[in-house]
Design a protein around this ligand. Sequence first.
Ligand SMILES: *Cc1c(COP(=O)(O)O)cnc(C)c1O
Length: 424
Amino acid sequence: MQEYHQEMDEQDPLHAQRESFYFPQHEGKDVLYFCGNSLGLQPKGVLPLLEQEVMDWRRYAVEGHFHAKNPWFSYHSIVTESLARIVGALPSEVVAMQTLTANLHLAMVSFYRPTQQRYKIVMEAGAFPSDQYAIESQARFHGFDPDDAIIEIKPRDGEYIIHHEDIIETIQQHADTIALVMFSGVQYLSGQRFRMKEICEATHAAGAICGLDLAHAVGNVELHLHDWNIDFAVWCTYKYLNSGPGGIGGLFIHESHANATELPRFAGWWGYDEESRFLMKKGFIPSYGASGWQLSNAQIFQIACLRASLDIFDEVDLKTLFAKRDALTAYAEKRLVALKRDMPHLPIEIITPTNAEDRGAQLSLLVHEQGKTVIDKLIADGIVVDWREPNIIRMTPAPLYTRFADVYAFTERFKAHCMTLFRD
Ligand SMILES: *Cc1c(COP(=O)(O)O)cnc(C)c1O
């Protein structure tokens, strides 16, 4: 009789995509990689696409802007359609540029427009540090005290997940003073997926702007930024989108702001109206849509790496990808819950929501004792998960390249280590 994981791997419509990635090696075998939420694996297409650009640079030098196989003049646009599909946007609403934190600042310059009346920013407590620093420094830049201007929503006492009602109630309570609601799509530490559409509706009802940080959401969960009327969103592409360390960032600006030339922005020449950019005239005229927020000419090598990953995404129906995500994550959860049932004294609990709609591919395990030892043992076994101080293990079965057999092997090894470490 076949076991569940064998059966699922045999039926997996995405089994071919796994072959498109390189896995780090451990004792001659592929590691079990559960860190796609932090840095995705390298697509095999990266080197050929990079080589194309390196060789075109060698062959054409400056002429490559127009005569390279993919002319560099418009190179940023070779990822636009693929990204637009993944985030649920019109192509004109999306641009690949800069990095996440830089894009967050650039978007806030345009969309955080505080007045003495309306200047507060609502966000989740414990957001990724870069977001905290960006938001805090933006408040200060406008002359506000971050302690007064920033409203953080926390989990209730003794809990790890933020109640959706608490988010909505906070927005309603402060409706008159809020300028911006800035949330992550998926919380980096707990793995909680926020109800972005409902948060945006409440934000607009309060008369404020809604921004999202999609670092852990893009390529991981369903996104319909256009239909949800999100005002702006930013993301990085090196997590679930596998573009490599320091990969190019993403920016979404809703169509309703595409022509908002009155908005303040920190402008650069690549955001200038494309038709007349090279007339090099005085006086900034932004191009239509998200591309009007660009600063500099395209980061060719970074975008080439992202293109290689998007070639794989383009082959995949997103519904199929997300269905596999839910099945893999539920399988991991089920086996961990069973372990906890067998070992009730195990000082470990899963803090990620159980409901598939409230999470993506990641499970976060709170380890009350010896967490670092557990991690070290797993890593010595060729199992890559990550550790976030003071006590969280994150394990992410990214559906593009993870097999059910990998989850099975992970939980078996995890159990073996727990049995030796936590004998009572
Ligand atoms: C990964 C991540 C970042 C990283 O920001 P960079 O500007 O790409 O270094 C920022 N915010 C969140 C929420 C993240 O998960």
